[in-house]
Design a protein around this ligand. Structure first.
Ligand SMILES: Cc1cc2nc3c(=O)[nH]c(=O)nc-3n(C[C@H](O)[C@H](O)[C@H](O)COP(=O)(O)OP(=O)(O)OC[C@H]3O[C@@H](n4cnc5c(N)ncnc54)[C@H](O)[C@@H]3O)c2cc1C
Length: 403
């Protein structure tokens, strides 16, 4: 009988890497009929490779593959020869190595280069504190409000007091720890280390192996294209934002999307209704935070709503600067900025609205951690900025940012 051999239908919402890979797996299994609905006019989501700077890519979204042991993204990219230099790790960033003076410069706000040994010492201290955060966090109650920022401040002072430093070195050391905190915000995509839960900090475990594997000349987009090539065009619809998912059963009385056979009803913003046996939702946490109360019918179980509400995220911005000539050493990984200490808007909300705006106007750039070299682009650097300052930056025109 036809009904028993019919393939189950699956609607996948979102054609980022998650949605695309889910579609490929299901299609390859041969047991499912897949429909992929993407809100925008292109696939890739937060993968955003651009050729604005010529024939080599720059990555406006995801850049690296983190950890190459047991990492399916790495395996896929390696198998299809999509990695830079076959996957050889060429980028040493704040982390395991950091022992070559040519690779990182640290500059203070008044243009003074910080002694490399002092910077290295600060990084060592920072690693020690991060280990302590991991260990201390594990012993806290699940509901603990303790945060990583306070821990870094308290432990940092203790560690600095143990060293015999001049007043100038001490100030620089404090500045270096502030820089490390900024980098932590970029890595964690959080607004401030004071928002980062000490209890759960150590739960993020990176996959083992090289942490900064870069993509080949096709950029991350090559992975998106590879997955797209395995999905029949008729399975993927662009410009199809989904409005709601009816999972009480399209067969049921309560459902807006009627279908006697399928359990799930999906309604697009253009009014089209699609039914399926299963649905996979790959929209971002931001989308879920904004829409979780109305997107699902019936509303999600309390436990899931609570998770969506409690897990946070922040802003990260990238600034690409292209120069006529390279003014840095060819081995350089990054030029790090040690700003004079000031109350970052991201961590302190005490100013009035006007003074906050004034403050932002003249200080937003202090949340730039530094600039790093860009693969394939010898005269380009990419800067990283985080927090509310990153959001503010988006309101400025390119000329102002450049200046
Ligand atoms: C600036 C930046 C740098 C990053 N760097 C790295 C990095 O170096 N390494 C790394 O591993 N990760 C990095 N990431 C994270 C990585 O990009 C993401 O984790 C990953 O791309 C997420 O893929 P996803 O498919 O889960 O979600 P997304 O890429 O967000 O895809 C979700 C898709 O759903 C679509 N969608 C949303 N709502 C609807 C709707 N209602 N109906 C239909 N479609 C909808 C969206 O348009 C989107 O295409 C970075 C992210 C950013 C933003």
């Amino acid at each position: 009988m036809a009904a028993t051999t019919e393939k189950k239908t699956v609607v996948i919402i979102g054609a980022g890497l998650s949605g695309l890979q889910a579609a490929v797996k299901l299609i390859q299994s041969g047991s499912f009929q897949v429909k992929l609905l993407e809100a925008t006019d292109q696939a890739g989501g937060r993968v955003n490779t651009s050729w604005k700077f010529g024939s080599f890519p720059i990555e406006l979204g995801a850049n690296w593959i983190h950890g190459n042991h047991g990492n399916p993204v790495y395996e896929l990219a390696k198998k299809h020869k999509l990695l830079h230099d076959g996957g050889k790790n060429v980028l040493n960033r704040f982390g395991e190595w950091f022992d070559d003076e040519d690779e990182n410069y640290f500059y203070t706000e008044n243009g003074m280069k910080i002694n490399y040994k002092l910077a290295k010492k600060a990084v060592d201290i920072y690693h020690k504190i991060v280990d302590k955060c991991d260990n201390t966090g594990q012993k806290l109650d699940d509901g603990s409000r303790a945060n990583v920022g306070d821990m870094i401040d308290n432990e940092g002072i203790k560690e600095i007091e143990k060293l015999k430093l001049t007043e100038k070195e001490r100030r620089q050391m404090l500045g270096l720890l502030e820089w490390a905190k900024k980098l932590e915000c970029v890595d964690n995509a959080c607004q401030s280390t004071y928002d980062l839960s000490l209890r759960w900090f150590g739960e993020y475990v990176a996959l083992p192996g090289d942490y900064y594997t870069e993509m080949g000349q096709g950029g991350y987009q090559a992975l998106v294209d590879l997955l797209l090539s395995k999905i029949p065009v008729e399975c993927l619809q662009y410009n199809k934002p989904v409005k709601s998912v009816d999972w009480c059963g399209a067969k049921s009385e309560r459902s807006e999307v009627k279908d006697d056979r399928h359990a799930i009803g999906v309604e697009c913003t253009d009014g089209e209704k699609v039914t399926a046996d299963h649905v996979i939702v790959t929209t971002s946490l931001g989308f879920l935070k904004e829409n979780s109360e109305t997107f699902f019918n019936p509303v999600l179980p309390e436990e899931k709503l609570e998770a969506i509400s409690k897990v946070g995220y922040g802003n990260i911005g990238k600034i690409f600067l292209r120069f006529k000539n390279r003014f840095w050493n060819k081995h350089l990984d990054g030029i790090q900025f040690i700003w004079d200490s000031c109350d970052a808007a991201s961590s302190k909300e005490t100013q009035s609205k006007t003074s906050h705006e004034e403050w932002m106007k003249s200080n937003w750039f202090r949340n730039i951690c530094g600039f790093e070299r860009v693969l394939y682009h010898k005269t380009t650097l990419v800067g990283w900025i985080y927090g509310k300052e990153a959001e503010y930056m988006e309101s400025l025109d390119d000329e102002e940012i450049k200046n």
